[in-house]
Design a protein around this ligand. Structure first.
Ligand SMILES: [Fe+2]
Length: 323
């Protein structure tokens, strides 16, 4: 196997992964001093005030309803470099569950995904929300969702900025192939693409695209999973073909005529929701399934997405379907 276009050796990739992993765990140790293993995570005064205000304005119930009704979108993306064996390959993209925010995100996700069969399922992080919160809700919710996912090549996941390194092994035990600055060749009918995943680029800043692409054959069609869209420029420079991410929630609260109030990302707005292009790369930023801080959404639906890959010259052009 030849070295990838970023020219990092397998040994350097291992060393970089180890170094970044130590950096993440050290920061977690500082951040997660308080843990709430045995009880509900307490609402902060800011959350209590925001909830009260929305209730007073008569908007809270509507926001919870919006957040509880996800859509399933199918996006068709065409590529020159896609091996013909992958024409029609379907990737189910789920993100930002935030299972501990306090509503049954797994129940409506299961209902949405019932009877959907795909080639690959990818999870782009933020299974948890609250710092120091128990991971029990995460494991129970994810287990329930995994039980309905029908994916020919399994489920691949990465960590988000609200997750902790301690989740990696339990998620692997559930059958999720967790990628922490690493990747693998996915074979189909004698051809292969490279599926890579990086650690969180937003808070921990422990992502390494060169390490995730280390070992990829030169010129391989590459799908990169990153928690946020903050690595777009670097990914395009490394020759990534498709970039899948979440984190922004599409704003979660969007005002008519104004758009999202917060995107919590160091990135231009046009890359913070939906499909986009950067250089030669195409990407998709999902609005995610859960909610952060409060279980509400306004003018920004939660979503699951199916990304259907097509060879550029095949009969189907880029399209989007919503169910
Ligand atoms: Fe996030």
């Amino acid at each position: 196997m030849t070295l990838s276009r970023n020219a990092i050796s397998p040994v350097d990739a291992v060393l970089e992964r180890q170094d970044l992993w130590r950096k993440r765990l050290a920061r977690e140790a500082r951040q997660e001093r308080r843990t709430y293993e045995d009880g509900p995570y307490p609402d902060s005064s800011r959350v209590v005030a925001a909830k009260s205000l929305l209730k007073m304005l008569g908007l809270f119930a509507r926001g919870v309803y919006n957040a509880s009704n996800p859509l399933l979108h199918t996006r068709v993306l065409s590529f020159d470099a896609l091996p013909s064996a992958f024409d029609g390959f379907r990737i189910l993209h789920l993100s930002d569950f935030h299972f501990d925010v306090g509503f049954d995100v797994f129940e409506w996700t299961c209902a949405l995904l019932d009877d959907i069969a795909v080639d690959l399922c990818v999870l782009t992080g933020d299974y948890r929300f609250n710092q120091g919160a128990s991971c029990r809700a995460v494991y129970a919710g994810l287990q329930r969702i995994l039980s309905v996912i029908q994916s020919r090549h399994g489920v691949v996941g990465i960590l988000g900025n609200n997750d902790v390194g301690a989740m990696v092994e339990p998620l692997r035990a559930m059958g999720v192939r967790m990628l922490v600055n690493e990747g693998f060749a996915l074979d189909r009918d004698g051809a292969a693409i490279w599926v890579a995943g990086v650690d969180d680029p937003h808070d921990y800043r422990t992502s390494s695209i060169p390490a995730a692409l280390g070992g990829a054959p030169d010129g391989a069609f590459t799908v990169l999973l990153a928690h946020s869209p903050e690595l777009i420029e670097r990914a395009d420079g490394c020759g990534v073909d498709l970039y899948l991410c979440g984190h922004t929630h599409g704003g979660q609260v969007c005002l008519p005529g104004i758009g999202p109030l917060f995107l919590n990302t160091r990135c231009e707005r046009r890359y913070c929701a939906g499909t986009w292009r950067f250089g030669k790369m195409q990407g998709f930023t999902t609005t995610g399934l859960g909610a952060s801080t409060l279980p509400v959404r306004y003018n920004c639906s939660p979503e699951a997405a199916i990304i259907e890959l097509r060879v550029q010259n095949s009969s189907q052009a880029s399209e989007c379907y919503t169910f």
